[in-house]
Each structure stands twice: as structure tokens, then as C-alpha cells.
Design a protein around this ligand. Structure first.
Ligand code: 0PR
Length: 368
């Protein structure tokens, strides 16, 4: 046994420690989440009748989060993350509209690439709306793209590249006027925005039909842990297939066998830290984001936008700079439009790490 574990340790030790990573939306899970995860390793919510306790826990998490995001009666389940949640939201919207491989959805150009996968999987057209000067979905372009075959609009609350938040209220107005489903992808922003006083992205906005949030990003839960929530039960039931030989007769999830570890780790964080504890974590990330922005501005790089969440991008020759920073051991992302380096200030990015990064950046900039 020791031999095998030693070999595994060898592979694990090749992975990059988060302390050098500014490109990820994942982070070290909270220790209580790790403990909870390990306790639930044998569970399979794919056959909930065999795991009634874990199933009850999943329902409890959904109820806590439904309340937190402004809809007590929201229904849904714990998914593998934002990609699955987005797939299921759009699949439900399509199923309620018409069960066919037709129709189109409108997403902003800033949408995560999971929407390209959705277009391919469902055989639908994914129309991309332009962004305005603040890199939010351009509302007039969204309206222009809507036609008789449009069955869903998507708004992003915390975009992958810039952390920007679309005007969900205005998107909701368009969706309600046209009688179209509105999905909000808050995979990243869901556990950031409520803690910095922004609540106009969730079910409190009348036209929002579904919401994706990822506890395995800023919720400090273990991977995989995403949540998909629907305002109305009919959307969830539109996803059902019959499962005659299981303990339940119908299944609405995308995967069959699925872990109960997400339910356990999210619940543990919510009980142990609570929303107040999570708020403290977010406020510290925001403080360091602001500090990083000021320090990097002082060495001559301009931010693409004033950071809205704990993501900050700086205009530069990003692809070259990314390579040079990598030689110094730093992982940052490069984005294209506009060309910029992107830093995500997750909870593992402490003030010391951020300042250490700034000095490497300063040194690196002198080479280009
Ligand atoms: N929606 C948004 C707004 C996202 O930012 C992401 C992921 C997703 C959906 C998809 O979520 P899952 O990856 O959980 O299915 N955004 C980052 C990305 O894939 C996440 C990430 C995480 C990137 C870790 C890098 C990394 O090292 O681009």
C-alpha cells in the first residue's frame, strides 16, 4: 500500500501549488469542506432511494440557497459545475418551448465557452450579442437578435474574463416583454456579488427563470460542486427521463451516477462559516484586488475596467508577458479582446503573494 501511495504522491507533487496561480477560478477548499467530502465518498445521488439522508441534505442545501438567491420555492440540484448547470438550464428552456433541435438562444460575446458546447449538443443556434463599452451585453443588440425562434436569453453575473456583470434587470425586461426564458450564469459571481451589495442578478429580478452558481469557485466547497436552480418546477420536470429499475422512477439530472460530496461540502461551509464568514473572505479578496490594481497601475499598466468583482485585467502584450511570467513561476491568463493579462484574486492569493507578483511583473515588464 505504501508503495502505491508513494507513487501517487509523486504525481501529485508535480501539480502547481495555488500560491503561484492567478489564472484559476478554483481554490483550496475550506478544511471543513474536505472533511465533509471524505465522509460522503461512498454516496451516489443517482439512486437517491439508497441514500435518503444525503438526498435530504441536497434538498436542504437547495432550500438554503433558494432563499439566499431570492426564491424560497426554487427547485434544482447539485451539479458538477457551471458547464452542467448551463447545459441543463438551456435544455429545460428548450424542452418547455418545443422538444426539437431547432431554435436559438442569445448569449453575450463574453459568455463562457460552455455555451458553444450547448449549441453543439442541442443542435441549436447560439447567437452572440455584442458588448457595450463597459463589456456588458449590449441591450440593443440582444433585442435585435431576438426572433420567433428565440427561446432563451442568457445574462452573465461575473464574466469569466473580466468579472463584469450584465444588466440583468434590463435583460429581464426584454425577456418578460417577449415571453422568453432568462438564464443567469452566476457560476463565478453567485458567491461574490451578494457580499458586495449587489443583489439585482438573482431571482429577486422577476424575469429570471434559472440561475447557475458554483460553490466550487468562491464558495470554498470541494470540486465538483455546482448548483442549478429553476424558479418553476415545470422546468426541472421537463428534464426528466424514466428510470424503471432505480429507487426513483424519474431522473432530472444530466449525469446518472453522481456524488453526494458536493451537497456535504457546501452544507458544511454554509453551517461552519455561514454567509457572514463567506462575506469576510470575499471582502478580503476585493481588498487585495483593489490593491493589486493600484500597484500595477503605478508600474504603468492600465486596467481594462475598474474591477467589479475579484478579477482584474491589464492591457499589455499579454501573450508574450504570460510566457515571461511563467518563467518566473507565475500562472496568469491572457485574453484577446482587448489584449490583456487577467488575474483572478481567489482566497489563496494573499496580500504577500499579490505584492510578490507585482515585483515579478515589474521585472518582467523591463524585458518587453
Ligand atoms: N460560467 C462561468 C461564468 C465560468 O466562469 C465558468 C468557468 C463556467 C460557467 C463553467 O464552470 P465549470 O468549469 O465549473 O463547468 N470558468 C473558468 C473556465 O473554465 C473556470 C476555471 C477554473 C478556469 C479553473 C481555470 C481554472 O484553472 O474558464
Amino acid at each position: 500500500m505504501d508503495e502505491v501511495l508513494k507513487e501517487l504522491e509523486h504525481y501529485l507533487s508535480k501539480d502547481i501549488p495555488y500560491s503561484r496561480v492567478l489564472s484559476s477560478m478554483c481554490t483550496n477548499p475550506h478544511p471543513i469542506a474536505v472533511k465533509a467530502h471524505c465522509m460522503f465518498l461512498r454516496t451516489n445521488l443517482g439512486d437517491p432511494g439508497l441514500f435518503p439522508g444525503t438526498f435530504e441534505l441536497e434538498k436542504k442545501v437547495l432550500s438554503i440557497l433558494g432563499n439566499f438567491f431570492g426564491c424560497e420555492s426554487a427547485v434544482g440540484y447539485i451539479s458538477t459545475g457551471g458547464t452542467e448547470s448551463n447545459i441543463q438550464a438551456i435544455r429545460a428552456a428548450r424542452n418547455v418551448w418545443k422538444k426539437s433541435n431547432r431554435g436559438n438562444i442569445i448569449v453575450p460575446e463574453s459568455a463562457h465557452f460552455s455555451f458553444d458546447k450547448i449549441g453543439d449538443l442541442l443542435g441549436i443556434e447560439v447567437r452572440k450579442a455584442k458588448l457595450d463599452e463597459e463589456y456588458k451585453a449590449d441591450l440593443s443588440d440582444v433585442e435585435r437578435l431576438v426572433d420567433d425562434e428565440t427561446f432563451a436569453i442568457v445574462g452573465i453575473a461575473g464574466t469569466t474574463e473580466l468579472g463584469q456583470v450584465d444588466d440583468i434587470k434590463s435583460l429581464s425586461k426584454i425577456a418578460l416583454e417577449k415571453g422568453i426564458f432568462l438564464h443567469v450564469d452566476a457560476a463565478f459571481g453567485g458567491f461574490v456579488l451578494p457580499f458586495i451589495g449587489k443583489k439585482d442578478f438573482d431571482f429577486r429580478v422577476k424575469g429570471v427563470s434559472s440561475l447557475a452558481v458554483d460553490p466550487h469557485k468562491m464558495g470554498l466547497a470541494t470540486i465538483p460542486a455546482g448548483v442549478i436552480m429553476f424558479r418553476e418546477e415545470s422546468y426541472l420536470s421537463s428534464l426528466c427521463v424514466e428510470t424503471p429499475y432505480l429507487t426513483s422512477s424519474r431522473q432530472y439530472t444530466l449525469t446518472g451516477t453522481r456524488p453526494g460530496t458536493g451537497a456535504a461540502s457546501i452544507y458544511a461551509v454554509l453551517k461552519y462559516l455561514g454567509f457572514d464568514g463567506l462575506k469576510k473572505v470575499v471582502l478580503e479578496c476585493m481588498r487585495i484586488t483593489k490593491m493589486l490594481k493600484e500597484e500595477v497601475e503605478a508600474i504603468g499598466l492600465e486596467p481594462v475596467i475598474e474591477p467589479v468583482t475579484n478579477v482584474v485585467c491589464f492591457k499589455c502584450k499579454a501573450f508574450r508577458l504570460r510566457e515571461l511570467l511563467l518563467r518566473e513561476g507565475w500562472f496568469v491568463s491572457a485574453i484577446n479582446r482587448p489584449e490583456a493579462i487577467r488575474c483572478v484574486i481567489m482566497p489563496h492569493v494573499t496580500e504577500d503573494i499579490a505584492l510578490d507578483f507585482v515585483s515579478s511583473l515589474k521585472k518582467t515588464l523591463s524585458f518587453i
